[in-house]
Design a protein around this ligand. Structure first.
Ligand code: WTA
Length: 655
């Protein structure tokens, strides 16, 4: 398989990519899920999901699998009752796996903690007793803003245990963002920490939450985990130390079962307009799809595997693939607190080597960062334990995919490129590692039990070889049940575009290749229209990074009087490459050669950094401002707010 090792001069991009990597016979033979699952699910989708729901332990069996009569508000496993936390902790102990490690927690400064399922159960019970002692009752909302600490997971599961609805707010969000989320959900309690370790240094956390809670009348208590030991301001009566509140509680707690449709959490995500949307998820269907997809897509063998998802619990990936999916499946996993280059750029590989990680799930942006740092860094570590690699969050360009497979996966490890959203709750489109002959850059096929289509403006499915919009044309168990407090926005955002057909509009462009496999092309608003040709920013970026001198690229469509939009590319060159007078021409010609002259960037700007959100997404909006010579807009959600100044001043000085 290494004859196409990605070293050739003209590396393929999304348009011309044609490499295929079938799974090995040995992998297929031992895989959790085989080809027959698709046909089984197609024959009777509801029976298929009912079978998956029986992976969980229910107090009361459901009477109906799906009630879609009040679409788009779905009810799954109607009448069923379960406790989500019991499913993620206690039942594994009852099944005799109490001594299995649930969490290998790795702190950024080098401290660590090993938590078995028995211990997890006790911690969740203690935390649940503590929250109950504050007078919280089922249905109340609890906000959580915390770094990646075990207590964050205990807190989420304790909420689930009591039927409280958690709203986790990413640790890097500002106090204003936290405040608006607390207000929107009217949370009664906030759980946070004194500080957090970021890039080797303690940074305050409670200072930030104090600014928020100064203006949130709904908050009655702030529970504070001691992490950095830094001084904090204290509001007597309101603020409570976690160790004092939780430490003294009984580690036994009798859990109550809740309705399958009982709300489990709210998670805010940004939409096309300013105000974040509180995406609402419920219990039975969500946990069913979280558990099934984690089992199927990662081929998880709970007795043998050590799984690691590098997301933060502040995002949906952390909810579904750190907390609910893996713990429902009784997995052993690594949870890492810190940044990937602290104290050195080999930290992830060191952790994989130390814990014998077998399944590693990360984001393309990080893979490209690793590429930039150089293959010699992972080359210093033993990564042979790895057997499945996952990608999520954005389209992965074939270059990064091949690098991931070759450099991290020894040229043989299956890669699962998983497409899904905060709204979908769990993975929807992805290869299955024992079934799919994978294609670099394609998420390929809806999972068994899931239906997705690529349609045109009129809602008609496009033929193979063509592009359009991605829709989900059948309800799925972990689908969002609404936007908190805003039914109209829910209908408007997702269900109005194809109201007649009843499709969920995902907001992503996609195309079918000749085999009918799905290729995601980025958000619809990131698709450019140049002289009437629809060109994905991802396609051009992919072409650019396939050039040996380019480390990373971001492409935007800037308004152009002649062509509608013109393509403007921002590129970071690889360490050894330097920009000179011919760079732009070389890269333009390269893109023209890879995709076609219509995709040739109008302008190529060499920069040192790209503006990214704290979740690693490139903020094209800001680049569009630069490309269109406008004043740069709101930069408050940038991970590093100085990046835009650097880009702008760099451009001025080079102009
Ligand atoms: C994008 C993250 C291509 C997509 C789980 C989607 C992807 C948005 C992929 C949701 C993928 C996620 N290939 N694009 N494998 N995974 N996306 O809500 O545009 O943070 O609509 O959920 O990320 O982002 P969210």
């Amino acid at each position: 398989m290494t004859e196409q090792s990605g070293q050739g001069p003209a590396l393929d991009n999304l348009s011309t990519e044609s490499r295929v990597f079938p799974p090995s016979a040995a992998f297929t033979e031992a895989a959790n899920v085989g080809e027959s699952a698709y046909a089984e699910a197609d024959a009777d989708r509801e029976a298929f999901w009912a079978e998956q729901a029986s992976r969980l332990s229910w107090d009361t069996e459901w009477s109906q699998v799906l009630d879609w009569t009040n679409a788009p508000f779905a009810k799954w496993f109607v009448g069923g009752r379960l406790n989500v936390a019991v499913n993620c902790a206690d039942r594994h102990v009852e099944a005799g796996h109490g001594e299995r490690v649930a969490i290998h927690w790795v702190g950024e400064p080098g401290d660590s903690r090993t938590i078995t399922y028995a211990e997890l159960t006790r911690e969740v019970c203690r935390t649940a007793n503590a929250l109950a002692s504050l007078g919280l009752v089922a249905g109340d909302r609890v906000a959580i803003q915390m770094p990646m600490l075990p207590e964050a997971i205990f807190a989420m599961l304790a909420c689930a245990r009591l039927g409280l609805v958690h709203s986790v707010v990413f640790g890097g969000f500002s106090s204003a963002a936290l405040r608006s989320r607390i207000d929107d959900a009217q949370a009664r309690v906030l759980i946070t920490s004194d500080g957090q370790y970021r890039r080797g240094k303690p940074a305050p956390m409670k200072d930030n939450t104090d600014e928020a809670t100064a203006h949130t009348p709904s908050i009655e208590h702030v529970v504070v985990v001691r992490r950095t030991g830094s001084d904090v301001r204290w509001t007597e009566g309101r603020d409570l130390w976690w160790d004092e509140l939780v430490g003294g509680q009984s580690d036994v707690h009798e859990a109550e079962a809740f309705d399958a449709e009982h709300p489990l959490f709210i998670l805010y995500t940004s939409g096309t307009t300013g105000r974040p949307k509180g995406i609402q998820h419920t219990s039975g269907g969500y946990l069913t799809q979280a558990a099934y997809t984690h089992h199927a897509v990662f081929d998880l063998k709970p007795e043998q595997d050590v799984y690691w998802c590098t997301a933060d619990i502040g995002w949906i990936t952390g909810h579904t693939y750190i907390v609910y999916g893996p713990l429902a499946n009784g997995a052993t996993q690594v949870v890492y607190e810190g940044t990937p280059n602290t104290p050195h750029e080999g930290r992830h590989w060191e952790i994989i080597q130390q814990h014998g990680v077998t399944i590693y799930y990360t984001a393309p942006t990080l893979i490209r960062t690793f590429m930039k740092w150089g293959a010699e860094i992972p080359g210093r570590y033993d990564l042979t334990s790895l057997r499945v690699l996952g990608s999520v969050g954005e389209p992965i360009n074939p270059e990064a995919w091949i690098w991931y497979r070759e450099t991290i996966g020894a040229g043989s490890t299956p890669i699962v490129d998983t497409w899904w959203q905060t709204e979908t709750g769990a993975i929807m489109i992805s290869p299955l590692p024992g079934v799919t002959a994978t294609k670099p850059g394609s998420a390929q096929r809806p999972l068994p039990g899931i239906s997705a289509k690529v349609v045109n403006d009129a809602g008609v499915e496009v033929p193979h070889g063509s592009g359009g919009y991605l829709v989900l044309d059948q309800p799925w168990p972990s689908m969002l049940r609404g936007i908190w407090g805003d039914e109209e926005r829910f209908r408007d955002t997702y269900w109005s575009r194809y109201a007649e057909q009843g499709f969920y509009f995902a907001g992503d462009g996609a195309k079918y290749d000749a085999d009918g496999d799905v290729w995601l092309l980025g958000r619809v608003d990131d698709v450019m229209n140049v002289s009437g040709h629809r060109i994905s920013t991802t396609e051009v970026e992919s072409a650019l990074v396939s050039h040996p001198t380019v480390a990373e690229a971001a492409v935007v469509g800037a308004t152009d009087a002649t062509t509608g939009q013109g393509i403007v590319a921002f590129v970071i060159l690889r360490g050894s490459a330097t920009a000179d007078a011919s760079t732009a021409k070389t890269l333009r010609d390269h893109v023209a050669a890879e995709i076609g002259p219509i995709a040739k960037p109008r302008q190529i700007l060499v920069v040192n950094e790209l503006p990214k959100t704290r979740s690693g997404k490139i903020m094209r909006r800001l680049l569009r401002d630069v490309a269109e010579n406008r004043e740069v807009g709101d930069t408050t959600t940038l991970a590093d707010s100085t990046v835009m100044d650097l880009i702008s001043s760099g451009l001025k000085s080079s102009a």
